[in-house]
Design a protein around this ligand. Structure first.
Ligand SMILES: [Zn+2]
Ligand SMILES: [Zn+2]
Length: 426
């Protein structure tokens, strides 16, 4: 769904570029120059169309180029001196559990692209229906640059036409169609120029500092930490100086910076700035020392939480569950749990008579087995223990049935018969 939506946005962007670029030439410039080919017309339009062509070319490359992904089996060189990015929680190399791959420095996972993107500039960009990463960041920067230049050229061209028309009497001015297209071109081009202009200024600033938008946020956080005196001053490790920063994205030859090129390097490893002293020991982004250190260790017992509290989703041990599958109707800590207990099961790890009423559950931080409470059994045991006291209770001992009892029953039946007969007579 998001892919289809992305394609629609790309189609709309291409339509907008096409409208601004060609409606201005067909409906404004062509009538202005008397609808005939001339040297001044070509002088005006050839540079403009070159800019539009470069803009579209870079836009298309930005949309279709894979921003770069992690090769299968890639692992960070943990012995390398220049360091590698680590997960802040554990200090281990960063790992993407979706891709099942290690994450190189500056890489981030994109849910829409379903891959880890090398040197991810920002989030997934809807305008290009792609992520902007290591392999298409240069195309993106050139696209922004040509949008700025082409829109400025377009605005200057249309404004010249308007200024010229204002100097003439109204009947020599533009026709209605031309006038409508002048308005429409201003209404589309000026907002694009302002918005893309501001956006590109930010990205040119990032390019000069060799940082991404994500790293821009990290830099802001670090600046706050330094301001509050929590950490000492630290240099952004990828800033190599503006010239080398541009070369790292647009290629080594300044004359070719405006032409689409493949950036040098692999996107898996980045040159770090020359650091003096202990700065090279620092991780980027540096850790906030006042934040609690999560020393995560896997619990030895699967039944407990790491903080030592009781697991609320307490369940009987697996062996108990295998022995008593029918006991699942009531939880193990329920007093009636033992009713479903099968006394014939093989249970060798305890007293058989005790186990009969014992619902067993594993709980507690150290895996103690705690017996479930059977209130009736406790009462029975209590009464039995108290009853053993000499002289405390008169004890009734039932007599075994004697032979005479059958006679007695017959006598009772006869007596009832007699009584009923007497009632009937009365
Ligand atoms: Zn991933
Ligand atoms: Zn993406």
């Amino acid at each position: 769904m998001q892919r289809i939506l992305g394609r629609i946005v790309v189609g709309m962007t291409l339509f907008l570029i096409g409208f601004i670029a060609y409606s201005s030439q067909i409906f404004i410039i062509w009538p202005w120059y008397g609808r005939a080919l001339s040297i001044p017309l070509l002088t005006l339009l050839v540079p403009f169309n070159t800019l539009v062509g470069l803009l579209l070319w870079n836009y298309w490359l930005c949309v279709t180029t894979n921003p770069g992904t992690v090769p299968d089996g890639w692992a960070p060189d943990t012995d390398a001196l220049e360091g590698y990015e680590v997960k802040k929680l554990t200090g281990n190399p960063r790992y993407c559990r979706t891709c099942n791959k290690y994450k190189p420095p500056r890489a981030h996972h994109c849910k829409t692209c379903k891959q880890c993107v090398l040197r991810m500039a920002d989030h997934h960009c809807p305008w290009v229906n792609n992520c902007v990463g290591f392999y298409n960041y240069g195309h993106f920067i050139r696209f922004l640059f040509f949008v700025d230049v082409a829109c400025s050229y377009h605005t200057a061209m249309v404004t010249t036409r308007v200024l010229e028309a204002m100097d003439k009497p109204y009947y020599e001015g533009p026709e209605t169609t031309e006038f409508i297209f002048i308005v429409l071109n201003y209404a589309t081009c000026i907002p694009v120029l302002i918005m893309v202009g501001l956006f590109s200024l930010y990205h040119f600033y990032c390019l000069l500092g060799n940082s991404t938008t994500i790293e821009g946020w990290e830099k802001d956080k670090v600046a706050t930490l330094i301001r509050r005196g929590k950490i000492r001053e630290i240099k952004f490790p990828y800033n190599l100086g503006w010239e080398r920063n541009i070369k790292a994205v647009l290629g080594p030859h300044p004359l070719m910076w405006c032409c689409p090129t493949i950036p040098p390097g692999t996107g898996l490893k980045f040159q770090l700035s020359d650091t003096e002293g202990i700065e090279s020991q620092e991780q980027w982004p540096p850790r906030d020392p006042s934040a609690p250190l999560h020393d995560f260790r896997l619990s030895e017992s699967p039944w407990t939480y790491n903080n030592g509290s009781v697991n609320p989703s307490l369940e009987p041990s697996n062996s108990a569950r295998r022995r008593r599958p029918q006991a699942a109707a009531v939880p193990p800590y329920h007093p009636d749990y033992q009713e479903a207990y099968d006394s014939t099961s093989e249970d060798n790890d305890g007293d058989a008579t005790m186990n009969r009423w014992m619902g067993r559950a594993r709980r507690g931080s150290e895996g103690y087995e705690v017996q479930a409470i059977d209130r009736e059994e406790i009462l029975r045991q209590y009464v039995a223990s108290r009853g053993a006291d000499v002289g405390r209770y008169k004890r009734y001992v039932p007599q075994p049935p004697s032979e005479s009892s059958s006679d007695g029953e017959e006598t009772l039946a006869e007596r009832i018969e007699t009584w009923r007969a007497g009632e009937a007579i009365c």
